[in-house]
Design a protein around this ligand. Sequence first.
Ligand code: EPU
Length: 418
Amino acid sequence: MDQIEIKGGRPLRGEIDVSGAKNAALPLLFATLLASGESRLGNVPQLRDIATVGKLLEIFGAEVEREGSALRIDTRGLVSVEAPYELVKTMRASVLALGPLTARFGHARVSLPGGCAIGARPINLHLKGLEAMGAEITLDHGYVEARAERLKGARIYLDIPTVTGTENLLMAAALAEGETVLENAAREPEIIDLAEALVKMGARIEGAGSDTIHIQGADDLAPYEHCTMPDRIEAGTFLAAAAVTGGDVLVHGARAEHLEALLAKLREAGVEIVAEADGLRVRGPERLRAVSIKTSPHPGFPTDMQAQFMALMCLAEGTSVISENVFENRFMHVCELQRMGADISVDGHAATVRGIEGLCGAPVMATDLRASASLIVAGLAAENTTRISRIYHLDRGYERIEEKLAGLGAEIRRVKES
Ligand code: EPU
């Protein structure tokens, strides 16, 4: 198995490109199931999760072909509406097949994803929404089955503004009869990107990006041509890496409007961030100042940046409190950061980080995608060598990260486990 080896302590300098957003591309790929024909999605990162959706679409009977950074998806030959456990267990976002398949074919059978490292992550709100639209939901042998002759528009209040839940229901509503109103909907930029593609397919949608979305269902949708938005979490990870090393980096594709909460906190910590033509320039201070954060749904501080921000706070002057309010178990990186010398104590949903002068490289283990990213950020700033194992987590969400960071002068490489 591969590992990432980092010799830390070098300030990052130069320019780096952000890839297309994994969490936008995933729902966009499932949206192709809503129409018959050839869709084309540009700016799709080459990642394991994207390959998994590709396999799933092929199981349904679609043809998926990569052309450079774009994917061509031909859904004319769809034959199956079943998402098997073997694929769903490797990628929870497979549940995004449920809405479009039920809306288009009146039937879908998708394996329940089960728990995952960062928490239980139920899909009850996805199911409740589909039921409100008239679907009959049954659970059987670990599979959830949805049936409906034709989904009907409904007024749906989401108890929690779930991101993939909003996306699933948005896709289902696009082909439902009449109007659907999603209340307390997720407001993440990825929702807007999906809504834009659905509008290109012929749906009428208003309010995407706010907490109330109105969708007028269409009888038929057409394939789309669309370009995936840049990955705001990858961008944020690069900003964090540049900041913690006291570097000076231009992150092409980083968009301030997607990253406001993170930028505010980085600035408070003493990082200089300036908007340039197509990205953000970041300059790290000699020493960061401790600031506290609380994660919450967009536009709050993103849970997907919590681990990386904690790596920064390990080296800041002072004490910060990091509260995780979105997932119940997203502090697995703490033990690994402690192996590098960090002074952190966890009490329920809050971690208290007392900043120290320096981290020390160590062998550490990635436990989930963003935890892996935090270890990279920490490793770049640490003295000596850090070796990160189980980096298959990293490969789910970061495209060629070691090559990209090496381009900024980092001593980082992929090695075989010795
Ligand atoms: N929740 C429920 N019931 C539901 C759905 C969600 O109780 O039916 C709870 C979850 O357990 C969690 C909270 O609601 O406590 C928020 O979960 P949400 O559904 O918003 O998360 P998600 O849609 O499963 C997406 C991203 C995650 C990201 C979260 C939060 C994708 C494919 N995944 O997950 O990304 O952390 O939103 O922003 O878009 C990552 O990229 O590393 C990642 C985990």
